[in-house]
Design a protein around this ligand. Structure first.
Ligand SMILES: C[S@@+](CC[C@H](N)C(=O)[O-])C[C@H]1O[C@@H](n2cnc3c(N)ncnc32)[C@H](O)[C@@H]1O
Length: 210
């Protein structure tokens, strides 16, 4: 791969922070759905948190959030925003998801947020295995994933495939659901805005799965 993904996201961070959300109504739908499933005592993990917008919105709904991203620039912006907003229960950390420790028993998370990130991880199965390991039994995964099925030859996945952009996995919603089920999740909610490329999938870690 020619491009180094964390460096790419470092370069993008300031412009990403300024850019308005692509589909505000869809973003609000996902925020609202997620918030309705959170409790004040919950501990959350957000992977690929970017500039921290989503974690900071959910902060008042939960006890604690660990929000991680492998881009140090994204995390600097997220920390600036937390300070400006006076939010004290979000721990923003620079970390790749595959380096974030899997906690033992009662330190596992009640929910994991993966917004616009599962199509970017190098190994989807490994990421799902780590999400499962991070969650308590019955814990929820909230995910929004760009699904570009049939669009392999379009510019963004094609440039990713030759290493000029971070690699984007070309997924369909069906494959994502199938992989989640293979890792012991039961899919409780699927939603995709009309003409939208991102699939919002909420899945629960099955009782008895590791
Ligand atoms: C498209 S942005 C999404 C940011 C944010 N979740 C949002 O919805 O606005 C993807 C982010 O995921 C981060 N990322 C990608 N793969 C990652 C990984 N394996 N571990 C940690 N962060 C990752 C990138 O640095 C980038 O900030």
């Amino acid at each position: 791969m020619l491009i180094h993904p964390p460096r790419f996201w470092n370069m993008m961070a300031r412009s990403y922070a300024r850019r308005p959300v692509g589909n505000q109504a869809a973003y609000e739908y996902k925020l609202d759905f997620t918030a309705r499933h959170l409790s004040p005592q919950d501990r959350l993990l957000e992977i690929g948190c970017g500039t921290g917008t989503t974690a900071l919105i959910h902060a008042p709904n939960v006890a604690h959030i660990d929000a991680i991203d492998y881009s140090s620039e994204m995390i600097s912006i997220a920390r600036e925003k937390a300070k400006e907003q006076g939010v004290g229960n979000v721990n923003f950390e620079v970390s790749a998801f595959d380096c974030w420790p899997i906690r033992v028993k009662d330190q596992k998370y009640d929910a994991v947020l993966a917004m616009s990130v599962l199509h970017l991880v190098l190994d989807l199965d490994e990421a799902l295995e780590r999400v499962r390991g991070s969650l308590k039994e019955g814990g929820l995964l909230f995910s929004s994933t760009v699904c570009l099925e049939g669009m392999e030859k379009y510019a963004i996945p094609a440039l990713g495939a030759i290493g000029l952009l971070p690699k984007i996995r070309v997924l369909s919603q069906e494959i994502l659901v199938e992989r989640m089920q293979a890792f012991g999740f039961s899919v409780e909610h699927k939603w995709r805005p009309e003409n939208g490329s991102a699939a919002f999938i909420v899945a629960r870690k099955g009782v008895g799965s590791r």
